[in-house]
Write a protein that binds this ligand. Structure first.
Ligand SMILES: NC(=O)c1ccc[n+]([C@@H]2O[C@H](COP(=O)([O-])OP(=O)(O)OC[C@H]3O[C@@H](n4cnc5c(N)ncnc54)[C@H](OP(=O)(O)O)[C@@H]3O)[C@@H](O)[C@H]2O)c1
Length: 263
C-alpha cells in the first residue's frame, strides 16, 4: 500500500485515549485517514479527536469498554455506519498488572485477560467477516515483547500477551490469500502512563509512543507480519532465549529487565 492510499481509509483504534493508541491515531490522521477512537474515557478521546482534526481527519468517538463484547459490537457497528467500512483495526487497548504469580488471584488474571486477550479477540472477530467479504483490510494487534519472553513479575500480563500473540500468529497464516492482512507489534518498554511507576534499567530504556505509532503505520503500508519496537535490544534477547531459555532468563535477571517499582 502506498502512503497516500491511507487517505480516507477508516481506521479503528482501541485504547486511543492514551499512550500508544493516542499516538497511533494521530499518526494515521497525518496520513489523511478517517478515525474511529475507542476507549472508556470520553473526555480523553475528545482531546485526541481535537488533535486529529487539525490534520483534517474525519473522526468518530465511541466510548467503549473492550472487555464487554456488546460494546465492541456496537463500536464496529458505529464505525461501519459512519464510514461504510473498517479498513484498518488497531487492537491496542490494554491493561498492565505487576504482581508475582504466587500473589495473583484468578479474578485478577481474568481482568487482565478480559482486556488484553478477549478485548482484542472481540474486535478482531467483529471486523473479520466484513474484511473477508471485501477481500481487503488490515488488522494490527499490539502485543508486547512480553508476548515472546516472559519477564517477572508480570505473570498475568505476560499470559495475556502470549495468548493474543498466539492467536494473531495463527490468524495471520489463515488469512494468506484472502486479501486481508495482519501485523503483530511487539513494543518493548514504552514511555506511557501504563508503566509510569516502573523504573527501567539503562539497558532497556523507555521509547516514545510515537515510535510505536510510526511502526504501526509502516506495518500497514508494507504489510509486515511482525515488528519489534525498538528492534535491536528485544531481538538480541529473543534470539538468545530461542537458543537457550536459561540464557534468556539470565539476561532478564542480570540486566534487571523486569524493572523496579517506582513508588
Ligand atoms: N507501555 C509499554 O511499555 C508497553 C509495552 C508493550 C506493549 N504495550 C501495549 O501497548 C498497548 C497500549 O498501552 P500504552 O502503553 O499506550 O498504555 P496506556 O497509555 O495506559 O493506554 C492504555 C489504553 O488502553 C485503554 N484501555 C484500558 N482498558 C480498557 C478497556 N477495558 N476498554 C477500552 N479501553 C481500555 C485506555 O483507555 P481508557 O482508560 O480510557 O479506557 C488507554 O487508552 C497495550 O496493549 C499495552 O499492553 C505497552
Amino acid at each position: 500500500m502506498k502512503a497516500n492510499e491511507l487517505r480516507a481509509k477508516a481506521v479503528v483504534v482501541t485504547g486511543a485515549s492514551s499512550g500508544i493508541g493516542r499516538a497511533t491515531a494521530v499518526a494515521f490522521a497525518r496520513k489523511g485517514a478517517h478515525l474511529v477512537l475507542a476507549a472508556r474515557r470520553q473526555q480523553a478521546l475528545e482531546d485526541v479527536e481535537k488533535q486529529a482534526r487539525t490534520f483534517g481527519a474525519e473522526t468518530l468517538v465511541v466510548p467503549t469498554d473492550v472487555s464487554d463484547r456488546t460494546e465492541v459490537k456496537a463500536l464496529i457497528g458505529a464505525a461501519m455506519g459512519r464510514f461504510g467500512s473498517v479498513d484498518v483495526l488497531v487492537a491496542n487497548a490494554g491493561t498492565y498488572l505487576r504482581c508475582p504469580v504466587c500473589d495473583l488471584t484468578v479474578e485478577r488474571v481474568e481482568q487482565v485477560m478480559a482486556v488484553n486477550f478477549y478485548g482484542s479477540l472481540y474486535s478482531i472477530l467483529e471486523v473479520l467477516p466484513y474484511m473477508l467479504e471485501r477481500r481487503a483490510g488490515h488488522i494490527v494487534v499490539v502485543a508486547s515483547v512480553d508476548g515472546k519472553k516472559g519477564v517477572p513479575p508480570d505473570g498475568a500480563y505476560v499470559a495475556s500477551k502470549f495468548a493474543i500473540t498466539g492467536l494473531a500468529e495463527v490468524l495471520r497464516q489463515e488469512l494468506r490469500g484472502t486479501g486481508v492482512h495482519l501485523s503483530t507489534i511487539f513494543p518493548g518498554r514504552i514511555d506511557t502512563p501504563m508503566i509510569a511507576d516502573v523504573r527501567v534499567p539503562s539497558a532497556s530504556p523507555k521509547s516514545p509512543p510515537e515510535k510505536v505509532a510510526d511502526a504501526i503505520v509502516r506495518a500497514v503500508l508494507k504489510q509486515k507480519a511482525e515488528v519489534l519496537v525498538p528492534r535491536i535490544g528485544p531481538k538480541a534477547l529473543l534470539l538468545a532465549n530461542a537458543f537457550s531459555s536459561r540464557i534468556g532468563d539470565r539476561l532478564v535477571s542480570s540486566l534487571h529487565l523486569g524493572g523496579w517499582d517506582d513508588n
